[in-house]
Design a protein around this ligand. Structure first.
Ligand code: IPM
Ligand code: MN
Length: 376
């Protein structure tokens, strides 16, 4: 890679701009004394933009997102603002880009860092051992129940029938399953339980035809990876196993809607949505995001947890390093991860969701200072 990586920030709505401002602080700190390896630019768009301008974003913004080396999305969505067809306003920036950039793998790491508390009822505590939670869930991101095949039958201004057709294709299943196996191959640690490399196929193939195709495809691809253990779970059973024995899981792969649900469930194991980062990854493009959403209730209060954004940036740097065989980006990702891990371990950077009282920007300042102090 010659020149600087072009990074498009799409802050979006609600708390999106607040967490991305902290993300920029941290990227600026990482870039100091490193000949500024990237150029970050903000682009407007989302639900509030739609409310005020009648469009979700400008054509130039869409073009910039397409031509950027990577995209970081804050969050989209605002109560009471929807598109004429009922979709959330701002969907173009998430669902639209997943389709137009063909970002077929939704990658959700679920790792619990020492010092991070979790909450299952009322109190914040650390009940399960951090070493037991270290998996990555891969969700198919372009088809399944999210395929744009939704439709309604309206008669005399009443919606009488609504249909969402679930589409599973051989190609769609194959590439996401392959992504999961390739990732399992690269991950050196394996599952916390036994150190084994394992890919778990989560589906409902005892009932659904699409899931049978998904599982058959999984089996076919798995043959190319004999060193990786095959593992299966029906999605309903998986929800209890992942809570009871998270240490069993290394890489998990599932279809779109099932993946959407199990990833949020699993985020409880890593301390909550305040730590959940996601990558939307295709062969040519990638978009990264904190997945907590625009959180209107907390918007403008400078209180939400910015760690998910920092982890999304770490994922982005690692993806750039792999895509461009750029060791410098890998070093920056490692450096950021060391700072995030040590800041969390210190227990000094807790926002309200962790039972703490620090503001979003205080946590950002602390992490940026940590980055400056951490050698490259
Ligand atoms: C996610 C989100 C999105 C989804 C929403 C914002 C459309 O929940 O990234 O998981 O449903 O995929
Ligand atoms: Mn979701």
């Amino acid at each position: 890679m010659t020149g600087r990586y072009q990074i498009a920030f799409l802050p979006g709505d609600g708390t999106g701009p607040e967490v991305l401002a902290e993300g920029r602080k941290v990227m600026d700190a990482l870039g100091e004394n490193d000949a500024s390896p990237w150029e970050v630019r903000d682009y407007p768009g989302g639900a509030l933009y739609y409310r005020d301008h009648g469009k979700e974003w400008e054509p130039e913004t869409e073009a910039a997102a397409k031509s950027a080396d990577a995209v970081l999305l804050g969050a989209v969505g605002w109560p009471g603002v929807s598109l004429p067809n009922g979709d959330i306003a701002g969907a173009a920036l998430v669902l639209g880009m997943r389709q137009s950039l063909d970002l077929y793998a939704n990658v959700r790491p679920c790792q619990l860092y020492p010092g991070v508390l979790h909450r299952i009822s009322g109190e914040h505590r650390q009940v399960w051992a951090p070493k037991n939670v270290d998996m990555v869930i891969i969700r198919e991101n372009t088809e399944g129940l999210y395929a744009p095949t939704h439709g309604v039958l309206r008669r005399a201004d009443e919606t009488e029938v609504a249909v969402d057709t679930r589409i599973i294709t051989r190609k769609g299943a194959e590439r996401v399953v392959r992504y999961a196996f390739e990732l399992a191959r690269r991950r050196s640690k394996g599952a916390p339980e036994d150190g084994k490399k394992r890919v778990t196929c989560v589906d409902k193939s005892n009932v659904l035809a699409g899931c049978r195709l998904f599982r058959e495809t999984y089996d076919r691809v798995a043959k190319e990876y004999p060193e990786i253990e095959r593992d299966y779970a029906y999605v309903d059973a998986f929800t209890q196993w992942v809570v009871r024995n998270p240490e069993h899981y290394d890489v998990v792969v599932s279809t779109n809607m099932m993946g959407d649900i199990i990833t949020d469930l699993a985020s409880v194991l890593q301390g909550g949505m305040g730590f959940a980062a996601g990558g939307n990854i295709g062969d040519a493009h990638a978009m990264f995001e904190p997945v907590h959403g625009s959180a209107p209730k907390y918007a403008g209060k400078n209180v939400v947890n910015p760690f998910a954004t920092f982890f999304a940036i770490e994922m982005m740097l690692r993806w750039l390093s792999e895509k461009h065989s750029d060791a410098r980006m890998a070093r920056q990702a490692d450096r950021l991860e060391r700072v995030l891990a040590s800041t969390l371990a210190s227990g000094t950077a807790r926002t309200y969701d962790q039972g703490g009282s620090l503001s979003t920007s205080q946590v950002g300042d602390q992490v940026a200072a940590g980055v400056r102090a951490e050698k490259r």
